[in-house]
Design a protein around this ligand. Structure first.
Ligand code: URA
Length: 242
């Protein structure tokens, strides 16, 4: 049965009707993940997930996932001994416990997902699902067809040979160029080490795609929330429920 949102909140014991209106106007109430700031919206609570400050009326924390275009110089851990900015600093206005899905080095920029859905994180990081990650690496050092093929076939690193990858040379300059590398492993500093193994030094590294998602429309240092369709796509890749 449809009821006004403020009535649903007060019936759930969240707040008085008036306080519930204030919560709505303050943008603290979401319906199916989207903020609803108008009073008087009518809906059936049995058909929607209604949350206040990210906590659904049933008490469970609503799962939300964001795509950040990480700038250089911030770390992907929750804290940094050296006091550098962390990726969580971009989400100060989101009252959820978010965690990055894997890591990017402090000096790597680009696509990083953050979520409070532990199962999704586990699936996306599990080696079994071979989730694709694509990087653009600006390098110094000659880029040859032979090196490109070696990168694709697997290069020998101190922690073993890398899995087959896709490598494209996008640009050649007198001193280096730009390489696109798609890998599905997630070893520490893997792209830098793979390129070092073929005699190239990475001067700039950007992740441009992850699990089919790209940075389109998301400027450096900003984020957006994933859509329901994108989440279904991720779950498909991460081997779980849709
Ligand atoms: N490979 C790297 O070398 N660095 C990253 O941040 C990600 C992949």
């Amino acid at each position: 049965m449809e009821e006004r949102l403020q009535k649903i909140l007060s019936h759930a014991g969240i707040a008085s009707r008036r306080k519930a209106e204030e919560l709505i106007l303050a943008g603290r109430v979401t319906v199916d993940g989207a903020v609803v700031q108008e009073l008087g919206v009518k809906l059936d609570p049995a058909c929607h997930t209604i949350a206040v400050d990210g906590r659904s009326l049933s008490g469970a924390e609503e799962h939300r996932t964001f795509l950040l275009n990480k700038p250089r110089g911030c770390v992907s851990t929750a804290h940094d001994d050296r006091g550098r900015r962390t990726v969580l600093d971009f989400f100060r206005d989101i009252p959820l416990r978010l965690y990055p899905v894997g890591r990017l080095d402090a000096d790597t920029e680009g696509l990083l997902l953050l979520t409070n859905d532990g199962a999704l994180t586990q699936g996306l990081l599990h080696p079994r699902f071979e989730v694709d990650k694509t990087y653009w690496a600006k390098v110094t050092g000659e880029l040859t067809e032979e090196k490109r093929r070696y990168l694709e076939e697997g290069v020998l690193l101190e922690d073993g040979r890398t899995a087959p990858a896709r490598a494209r040379i996008l640009e050649r300059t007198p001193r280096g160029g730009l390489v696109e590398l798609t890998i599905h492993e997630g070893r520490n500093r893997q792209v830098r080490r793979m390129l070092a193994a073929v005699g190239c030094h990475v001067t700039r590294l950007e992740r441009i795609a992850f699990a089919g998602l790209t940075l389109a429309g998301v400027d450096r240092g900003t984020y957006r929330e994933l859509t329901a369709e994108e989440l279904v796509g991720l779950w498909r890749i991460a081997g779980g429920k849709a």
